[in-house]
Design a protein around this ligand. Structure first.
Ligand SMILES: CC(C)(COP(=O)(O)OP(=O)(O)OC[C@H]1O[C@@H](n2cnc3c(N)ncnc32)[C@H](O)[C@@H]1OP(=O)(O)O)[C@@H](O)C(=O)NCCC(=O)NCCS
Length: 371
């Protein structure tokens, strides 16, 4: 007997799978975190303040912000056993695999008691793991957090020894804020599926990392930078876009499931990139290259760039190695993941969809010697 089924579009495109109060992106290019437009947050808020908002649903008071910030810093020390595991993976390992393995191991090593403490521990340590995801497997000494810098500046100093100006640090913090949360993206959905089975936050965060790794999701920022480094010259943009389209190749850092006209985060980052170069008085070839490819792509396909496309050159100017771009995404997105974990648990129903069987039926078993 066939039972009633709702058929949904492939990739669940356009399907609302849950109610949420955390954030919402829309095709007109709007994005809100807990009701605040992203431009409002970007202009005014710091990373910890935004993380508190995303996790708790409202902006913190000064004392709540102090407690939250101290709570993160006090949990940032990574156990030596975790670094040993990371080192054992060896220098050829992919940084996201390293972080995922470390977060998974953290589930056994951590002695936090409550779910909230476990979440804070993961949020806090994720940036240390991200910054060391290349160094430690290569046998280099881990870099650690420094007191009093704040989440973004601290992550930046762990990622690169290059001195950053106040403006550069401000921009880096904006990019982290943009990476923090984005409604029902693939990794947050993955986290919610795991949370719905009542597995712990370590399991959910490891699954989130696995989902983030792919080039259609978090891996796109690295792929976008490699593309920009490959094209190099703005005058080659048209030819490059033409040949990619002709070969049926996707341009990394372009396109989005939700934003069809523009990605508000990419637009803001484009402005920051320009301003960074102007403030430094540096050659603006990288900006012109990004702009040229964007224009050519829009002219031909009407596909806009996404956050990854403009985050990548910002990270590049900050002196961060390309394989660390997706780890940075993870260090920020983990706060969004934990907000989704909590929301899922609060209103839980096991996520267990159905499928439509289209294979054969009624086959007769053939003994192995007769196949
Ligand atoms: C993000 C992404 C997976 C969204 O995909 P989606 O909503 O499933 O949309 P589709 O992949 O079905 O794309 C719709 C159409 O636009 C085209 N398209 C989408 N992104 C494209 C890109 N980056 N380059 C070239 N063409 C693209 C598709 O080929 C498809 O064309 P068709 O209708 O002629 O077949 C997709 O845009 C993509 O792969 N982008 C590159 C990776 C990336 O930057 N990821 C980060 C996302 S934040």
């Amino acid at each position: 007997m066939t039972e009633a089924q709702y058929k949904v579009p492939k990739g669940l495109a356009g399907v609302s799978v849950t109610d949420t109060r955390i954030s919402k992106s829309a095709s007109d290019g709007s994005l809100v975190y807990r009701g605040y437009p992203i431009s409002e947050i970007a202009a005014n808020a710091g990373f910890e303040e935004t993380a508190y908002l995303v996790l708790n649903g409202r902006l913190p008071t000064r004392s709540e912000l102090g407690t939250f910030t101290r709570g993160l810093l006090s949990r940032s020390k990574v156990d030596r056993r975790i670094f040993d595991i990371m080192r054992g993976l060896g220098k050829g390992s992919h940084p996201i695999d390293v972080i995922r393995t470390a977060v998974s191991a953290l589930g056994s090593v951590d002695d936090e008691r409550t779910v909230q403490e476990k979440e804070m521990s993961i949020e806090s340590k994720m940036s240390v793991l991200a910054a060391n995801s290349r160094r430690v497997p290569r046998g280099e000494a881990p870099r650690g957090p420094k007191e009093g810098l704040g989440f973004a500046a601290d992550l930046l100093q762990m990622l690169t020894p290059k001195e950053a100006s106040d403006f550069d640090r401000w921009v880096f913090e904006r990019v982290l804020i943009f990476y923090m949360e984005h409604d029902m993206n693939a990794s947050s959905f993955t986290v919610r599926v795991v949370a719905s089975t009542q597995a712990d936050p370590y399991a959910a965060a490891s699954a989130g990392l696995a989902s983030l790794k792919g080039p259609l999701h978090g891996g796109a920022n690295e792929a976008a930078m490699e593309m920009l480094l490959d094209v190099k010259d703005p005058s080659k943009a048209a030819k490059f876009v033409d040949s990619a389209i002709e070969d049926g190749r996707k341009l990394m850092g372009f396109g989005h499931r939700v934003y069809k006209a523009y990605d508000p985060r990419a637009r803001l980052c484009k402005g920051y990139l320009k301003e960074m170069l102007e403030k430094r008085g540096e050659d603006d070839t990288l900006y012109r290259l990004c702009d040229a490819i964007e224009r050519e792509m829009w002219e031909r396909k009407k596909i806009p760039p996404n956050l990854d496309y403009y985050a990548a050159p910002i990270f590049y100017l900050l002196g961060i190695e390309v394989p660390l771009y997706t780890p940075i995404f993870a260090a920020a997105r983990v706060f969004g993941w934990m907000a989704h974990y909590n929301e899922q648990v609060e209103e839980n129903k096991l996520i267990r969809p159905d499928s439509t069987y289209v294979g054969p039926s009624g086959l007769k078993y053939a003994p192995i010697e007769k196949r």
